[in-house]
Design a binder for this molecule. Structure first.
Ligand SMILES: NC(=O)c1ccc[n+]([C@@H]2O[C@H](COP(=O)([O-])OP(=O)(O)OC[C@H]3O[C@@H](n4cnc5c(N)ncnc54)[C@H](O)[C@@H]3O)[C@@H](O)[C@H]2O)c1
Length: 374
């Protein structure tokens, strides 16, 4: 048996625990060549650290991320902290000589993303950024169908991610609702990477953008009996042009915290003159494909469990969030080991910088009510 890759987590909140969950059931991956083990966790909050005590492989729990980074028990560091801390902690990880699995949006803003990407390049370490939904079976089918290009002339692309819990004005604010900690880009930093990962990987890079950004609730309960300002963008519609086969094609990226009825909906739709494809996590087993023949036909395929990396789970069962998150980790660790081959990979630093270039241009487009070139 090979030595396991030793993983450390900085930020043991919502996403830190998801990583712990994926690593704790690593045996689900069938015949996967890389073993992985969670060895160390850092979080400022004792309550968050305590949760990780139930994981036998965790040998170090600390409130100081530098202590985790100096440990020889850590090869790869996953960082899931508020966005204003991305740049300094990601740079610390690289300076400590560790590989980095970063969370989106890869820095608070474009300048931070560029600094991190340059440090990643100079360090020679393996660095990728998180975005898990493309690893579900449906998005994988979209990706492979897009590469064969049997759609005639592509007419338009829609890709997005919708949430709805912010429709409730009594939902307390957290760091994701404030510019200081979430960034001026707001919802684009929260949800944007999910919308752009697959289109960017297909080579569909926006040439220009017009943006409609909305702030809906300007204050929320602070959880202590008062109210606190919420100054980030809640919803964003980015209208762009991408070039496909020498023609400009409209591509709309949608990110919403207030989308009625959508708890956590990732979707993509690509329409062409001869064919098309549509997938949404709202119907996680369903893939819709369009064919233009004598009659026009939207065909529904009932999908099974097949992610890019084989698992012990039966092929007819339904996949969900923990499954695509685990598949994303399998992609990260196989690419790190040079074993990814033709399989779909995690977001690269270059793609993360490109996403920030789009979000930065979108801010300017919205302010000036103008189309901004990229
Ligand atoms: N991939 C996804 O689907 C997804 C989903 C949600 C959030 N995220 C991203 O994950 C990151 C974290 O989001 P979250 O929802 O887990 O947030 P969270 O608030 O649940 O957790 C953040 C944790 O970081 C800890 N922390 C803060 N400063 C720290 C420091 N200096 N050192 C160590 N720990 C520190 C906090 O105590 C907290 O436990 C963000 O970048 C966010 O955009 C990704």
């Amino acid at each position: 048996m090979s030595t396991p890759v030793k993983i450390g987590i900085i930020g043991g909140g919502l996403m830190g625990r998801e990583v712990a969950s994926a690593l704790a059931r690593w045996f689900v991956l069938d015949g996967f060549p890389v073993r992985a083990e969670l060895t160390a966790v850092c979080d400022l909050a004792e309550k968050q650290r305590e949760w990780f005590r139930q994981i036998p492989s965790v040998r170090l729990l600390t409130a100081d991320h530098r202590e985790l980074l100096s440990s020889p028990e850590v090869d790869v560091v996953y960082v899931a902290v508020p966005h204003n801390l991305h740049e300094s902690i990601y740079l610390d990880v690289l300076n400590a000589g560790k590989d980095l699995f970063a969370e989106k949006p890869f820095g608070l803003d474009l300048a931070a993303a560029r600094t991190i990407a340059e440090a990643a390049r100079a360090s020679g370490r393996f660095v990728r950024c998180s975005s898990e939904f493309p690893f579900l079976p449906g998005p994988q089918r979209v990706y492979h169908a897009a590469r064969t290009g049997a759609w005639g002339k592509v007419l338009e692309i829609r890709s997005g991610f919708h949430h709805s819990s912010d429709l409730d004005p009594t939902k307390p604010a957290n760091w994701k609702r404030q510019v200081r900690t979430c960034g001026e880009i707001g919802v684009m930093g929260d949800l944007g990477m999910h919308a752009v990962h697959l289109p960017f990987r297909l080579g569909w890079k926006p040439k220009r953008v017009y943006a409609q950004l909305q702030k809906i609730y300007l204050e929320r309960p602070d959880g202590k009996g008062g109210m606190t300002p919420c100054d980030t963008w809640d919803n964003a519609l980015l209208h762009t042009d991408v070039e496909i086969d020498g023609r400009d094609v409209p591509a709309r990226f949608e990110m919403k915290r207030l989308a009625p009825g959508e708890t956590n909906t990732w979707f993509i739709e690509i329409l062409g003159t001869d064919g098309g494809i549509r997938y949404s996590t709202k119907e996680p087993k369903t893939l819709w494909t369009f064919q233009r023949g004598k009659e026009q036909l939207w065909q529904r395929t009932d999908l099974g469990f097949h992610g890019p990396f084989p698992t012990i789970t039966g092929g007819i069962f339904e996949p969900g969030f923990p499954d695509c998150f685990m598949q994303m980790w399998a992609a990260f660790l196989s690419e790190r080991a040079g074993l990814l081959g033709e399989k779909f990979g995690c977001v690269t630093p270059e793609e993360a910088v490109l996403s920030h270039e789009l979000f930065d241009a979108a801010l300017r487009a919205h302010t000036g009510k103008a189309v901004v070139p990229l």
